[in-house]
Design a protein around this ligand. Sequence first.
Ligand code: NI
Length: 200
Amino acid sequence: MGPRFFFPRFYLEEKPNDRIPQITTAVIRSEDKGRTWESTPFVIRPPAHQDELLINVHPPVRLEERVAGLHVDLLARSDGKGWSIKENIGHLSTVECLPMQRLGEILAGEAILCAADMTNRATNKADYNSREITELLAEFRKKRGELIARMEQVDEADWGKSALHPRLNQPMRIVDIAHFHGEHDDYHLARISELIRAFG
Ligand code: NI
């Protein structure tokens, strides 16, 4: 007797993505004999417009406006909870190469994305407090400009391409990388605002 196949019930279940409302993700769920199995979420609709790639890659002006006119002593001051304003800005420049590298990996067809350095060694040893604020902002402006220009060049056929994020164990598309990077900006902008409120 050959193998008997049971056809479990398969469902495609759409899961709206609350992080990125423009995209739709789904899981495949199967139910058989009281057991359920669910696939990892995958994207069923890639970004429809290039703007969706770019909406989270903010121009540097938000950062520049937030720190304009602040006293030089405030810029290098830590509240004991983390980096100073200068260090936060320097950190943004330091990690700007990460989405650029990951974008290149996806376009090159790599299966797994490079890992981020979660210890932030590069930021911590850079001594950003000894640098001029104008220099730090100019460096960030240059790097962010390069990233935006690179994102703008992504071909429509590549918008939905993805590779596995090594820590999250999730496929990340180019649009997800842009979104994560935008959230990272927001986190550090919020930290800068906290420092301004604490000492300003
Ligand atoms: Ni960070």
